[in-house]
Design a protein around this ligand. Structure first.
Ligand code: FAD
Ligand code: NAP
Length: 539
């Protein structure tokens, strides 16, 4: 397997479809477009395929949806031949899987690596997109599909003094290929989200001293990761069709044991037993222990309190345990999954630095200044997340009809139809775009559902002799209202998370993903297609 793709010269020219991004979205879109006999090209900024799993090489990086589910299902041969080795695969294994897919389906010959798309402009008279990339590349295409990812633009807080810092600086989402050796060093990690929670236990084992700069404590559930039981793997493979279907019928899109009871309808000892069983089993399905944990604050508090008790039971220093204990809604921010996170704070070489009341003031030449102290470190790890959902699309200068910029259209709200298309931007598609279930589900099946819908549309347009499609302004308006309405009852729409853009200064606070559930969403998409692509203008 070669990580690096074959370097080819860029064919400046005309394509049926240009796809931006070679993560799981771009790879599958290319496969489907080719299957329709379309002339397709993928442009990717990285020098390898895999997207998220190319960039996020930090120590401890893994999936938090079980490997047997976090994988493609479009090819049964693929899912039968690939053997995941652990319950939650490592970044390295998932990247190998992405590369295997690229080779197995002979995708590399139509992927251009090391090329960043900077501009995409719709030419109304020609009815085509002109796509410009760095290195002087210009392409034209009837369709442009953005497979640019929900979590692909790293968020680097603009700390004053950072330029003067003399140590090494890393971001978890832009981790170097080479092993970073922290042996014996003083290291600072900024952030306590999913990335930090996976990286901290690994980094702590290597360093001389680790300082964890925590602004908001987070809830995390043990992964209970383990080598995959060969019998379970064989059983899953034998029943994949049924299991995948079962997942599609659940709101989360992940198959797990669903408990229809309310947390408040059972006695405390029964509640505790259920939480304990989920805790021992491990993983994010803890939040499905009862049906109302994400809709009822009182129910949610019973789960939150259970986790806080666990923290106090594990972390020996009561002051540190109290600092690590979150008091916000559990599951409001994405629930984290860890291996030995709380235990790490019992190590003598780990210090938790609270930056909630005394924020990081500046980065000095030697380290981090906060609360009147300077923490001298040889390396700084930014585990500070992403400009999620819209950041990567807005980083490209995308111009639709009349030269209108997407960034301007989305200045207040990311208006779109079905999370897939945008009024004023004909023949442009966003895989797992804002307004689709995306990050609230298992993302690979979510990607497949979008790609299949787009590919079916391409086939329909060809059969009917159409070359242009655009969402109507009215359909878009109604969809945006529906996304907001679906989000309102969920406790998730009320806290400062990246789901709302709250992690990025100046970003409008809009609950961006669609939380109506996978089956409801998929049915809407199917119905729209069956109804002759209701809400679209085809020409
Ligand atoms: P990405 O994988 O983000 O790929 C997008 C690609 O587009 C990137 O390679 C990027 O370089 C490229 N690109 C962007 N802009 C341009 C441009 N202008 N020009 C050229 N190329 C460009 N989801 C789950 O369901 N389960 C998990 O367990 C899970 N774990 C995750 C762990 C981490 C650390 C992170 C960050 C995310 C995780 N996710 C998980 C979400 C994950 O992003 C998706 O599962 C999935 O990998 C997204 O695939 P994608 O192809 O849509 O986007
Ligand atoms: P994140 O959840 O956004 O966490 C970023 C962290 O950085 C937060 O603790 C945040 O604190 C902190 N931070 C940001 N700016 C800061 C500042 N100026 N000063 C101090 N602290 C600051 O990002 P992430 O951990 O990279 O995860 C993003 C998403 O990627 C996850 O939610 C998940 O969907 C996915 N992911 C999944 C896995 C997995 O287990 N498979 C692993 C990693 C990532 P505040 O909370 O106070 O803002």
């Amino acid at each position: 397997m070669s990580i690096k793709g074959i370097v080819r010269t860029m064919p400046n020219g005309n394509f049926d479809v240009v796809i931006v991004g070679a993560g799981f979205a771009g790879l599958y879109m290319l496969h489907r477009a080719r299957g329709l006999g379309m002339r397709a090209l993928v442009i990717e900024a990285a020098d390898g395929v895999g997207g998220t799993w190319y960039w996020n090489r930090y120590p401890g990086a893994r999936c938090d949806v079980e490997s047997l589910q976090y994988s493609y299902q479009f090819s049964d041969a693929l899912q039968q031949e690939w053997d995941w080795t652990e319950r939650y695969a490592t970044q390295d294994e998932i990247l190998r899987y992405a590369n295997h897919v690229a080779d197995r389906f002979d995708l590399r010959r139509d992927i251009r690596l090391d090329t960043r798309v900077t501009r995409a402009k719709f030419d109304e008279s020609a009815g085509k997109w002109t796509i410009e990339a760095d290195k002087g590349t210009t392409l034209t295409a009837t369709f442009c599909v953005m497979g640019t990812g929900c979590l692909s633009t790293a968020n680097m807080p603009n700390f004053s003094g950072l330029a003067d810092y003399r140590g090494a600086v890393y971001h978890t989402g832009r981790w170097p290929r080479e092993k970073v050796d922290f042996t014996g060093k003083r290291v600072g990690v900024i952030g306590t989200g999913s990335s930090a929670i996976q990286a901290i236990p690994e980094i702590a084992r290597e360093v001389g001293h680790l300082y964890v700069f925590q602004r908001t404590p987070n809830y995390t559930i043990p992964a209970n990761n383990a080598p995959l039981d060969p019998a379970l793997r064989a059983r899953t493979k034998a029943n994949y069709a049924t299991l995948r279907q079962e997942a599609k019928e659940l709101p989360s899109g992940v198959y797990y044991e669903f408990n229809p009871k309310s947390a408040l309808e059972v006695p405390p000892e029964e509640r505790r037993r259920v939480y304990e069983a989920r805790w021992q089993d491990g993983g994010t399905t803890f939040i499905a222990a009862f049906s109302d944990l994400i809709t009822n604050e009182a129910a949610n508090e019973t789960a939150a309190e259970f986790v806080r008790e666990k923290i106090h039971a594990v972390v020996k220093d009561p002051k540190t345990a109290a600092l690590l204990s979150p008091h916000n809604i559990i599951g409001c921010k994405r629930l984290c999954v860890d291996t030995g996170y709380w235990e790490t704070f019992n190590r003598p070489n780990v210090s938790l630095i609270d930056v909630s009341t005394a924020p990081i003031e500046r980065i000095t030449a030697k380290g981090v200044q906060t609360g009147g102290s300077i923490y001298e470190v040889d390396a700084l790890v930014f585990a500070t997340g992403f400009d999620a959902m819209t950041g990567t699309l807005n980083a490209i200068d995308i111009r639709g009809r009349g030269g209108k910029r997407l960034r301007d259209k989305w200045a207040a709200v990311p208006h779109n139809y079905l999370g897939l298309t945008i009024s004023g931007f004909p023949n442009l598609f966003t895989i797992t775009g804002p307004g689709s279930p995306s990050v609230f589900t298992n993302m690979i099946p979510a990607i497949e559902q979008h790609v299949d819908w787009i590919a079916d549309l391409f086939a329909h347009m060809r059969a009917k002799g159409f070359s242009r499609i655009e969402a109507s302004a009215d359909a878009e308006k109604k969809w945006v209202a529906h996304v907001a309405e679906a989000g309102a009852p969920s406790l998730r729409s009320h806290c400062d998370s990246w789901y709302l853009g709250a992690n990025i200064e100046g970003k409008p606070r809009i609950f961006t993903p669609y939380i109506g559930g996978v089956p409801v969403y998929a049915k809407i998409c199917e119905d729209v297609a069956a109804d002759g692509y209701r809400g679209f203008e085809l020409a």
